[in-house]
Design a protein around this ligand. Structure first.
Ligand SMILES: CC(C)(COP(=O)(O)OP(=O)(O)OC[C@H]1O[C@@H](n2cnc3c(N)ncnc32)[C@H](O)[C@@H]1OP(=O)(O)O)[C@@H](O)C(=O)NCCC(=O)NCCS
Length: 193
């Protein structure tokens, strides 16, 4: 990872590792794993997209393979989550630079249903928060969820993130009004926690 603190430019060219997981950049050989995840309607239930077709997943994989620089507002990086024990890609975690000026970021994660409920999203998010605060120098990270997405709410709460907002039916998604809960944590809170 290289960093120029003067403009928050960060090029992410490395991997992150925890006890059970490796987070690494996507490669073309990850298509099948990404398709297995993004083509599922249960995975996409509380997301803005999907379920995705093979062509859509191909385009998405291309985007994921290009995004390694958090430079401008809206830039994001998405890392494949590899289960070290089996070398399987079981999901992905993402960080988006919401505002370079205000050092704000956003966290995201998706785990294949076969692997949910083992704490992998939480373990992934911890690595991403550590990177966001420690290496990227961000000040505040948010997580945005549809409040009915209980599994995701549990992850954010377990990380010590504070529920700061609940917008009622502020978005029209997939043919219905949806609400949005916003969670957040500051760099100093992460260091303390
Ligand atoms: C949200 C998601 C990433 C959680 O992944 P995960 O690896 O199962 O998460 P963890 O195991 O770290 O933690 C999940 C927690 O929620 C609980 N949980 C799992 N599924 C649940 C469900 N359907 N309803 C309520 N709680 C649930 C788990 O029991 C665990 O809590 P606990 O350890 O206190 O018992 C996963 O469900 C997912 O990929 N969903 C589809 C994509 C998505 O919605 N991503 C988030 C977008 S905001």
């Amino acid at each position: 990872m290289t960093e120029d603190r003067s403009n928050t430019r960060v090029s992410f060219d490395t991997s992150l590792e925890s006890e059970r997981l490796l987070l690494r950049p996507f490669t073309t050989s990850d298509f099948d794993a990404l398709y297995a995840i993004q083509s599922r309607s249960d995975v996409a239930r509380w997301l803005y997209w999907g379920p995705r077709s093979a062509d859509e997943v191909r385009a998405e994989l291309k985007k994921k393979m290009q995004g390694f620089t958090l430079d401008h507002d809206g830039d994001g990086l998405s890392l494949a989550i590899v289960l070290k024990a089996s070398s399987e890609v079981i999901g992905y975690g993402s960080l988006i630079l919401v505002s370079a000026e205000h050092r704000q970021g956003e966290l995201g994660y998706v785990i294949h249903p076969d692997h949910q409920g083992h704490g992998y999203a939480t373990e992934t998010a911890r690595m991403l928060l550590q990177t966001a605060f420690h290496d990227l120098g961000l000040h505040r990270i948010i997580g945005r969820i549809e409040p009915r997405n209980e599994a995701s709410a549990r992850v954010l709460e377990r990380l010590g993130m504070r529920r700061e907002a609940h917008f009622v039916e502020n978005e029209y998604v997939k043919g219905e009004w949806q609400s949005e809960a916003v969670y957040a944590i500051l760099d100093r809170e992460w260091r303390v926690g």
